[in-house]
Design a binder for this molecule. Sequence first.
Ligand code: HEC
Length: 111
Amino acid sequence: MLKRIAILLLGLGLIVTMTAAVMAADMGNERKGKYLFRKNCRACHQDGQSAPALNPDSKTQAQWERIFEKKKYEDFECAAEWVKLSDSDKADILAYVHGHAFDSPSPAKCK
Ligand code: HEC
């Protein structure tokens, strides 16, 4: 009986760990996202460039989610730029802008 409970707990622990790992991967890497945002988005989305300045705090978390997860970017003028990004790059950028969105605990401009 005890052995069975031990195996059950071990199994549960494994599931929890794996779920956490999958979710972390899904959220992307914020530090990498900042780098990618500066490199791939700010080239145009900055004062004096071709597109309106864009910062993490330009939008709310829900707006960023809609853009990245519901693929609203496919309607943007810059859709061709997004195609060049891998899914993991997009997840990283989302982690960055979402973490510093207008209604996040730490809204920020991209410096
Ligand atoms: C080659 C230049 C260029 C690049 C690179 C680029 N964009 Fe754009 N983007 C534009 C232009 C031009 C528009 C249209 C602006 C308008 O409608 O006023 C636009 C529109 C947008 C919009 C919709 C307008 C808004 O402000 O809500 C968003 C959001 C956006 N881009 C985000 C991004 C993100 C995030 C990246 C990086 C993954 C990116 N763009 C890369 C040029 C670019």
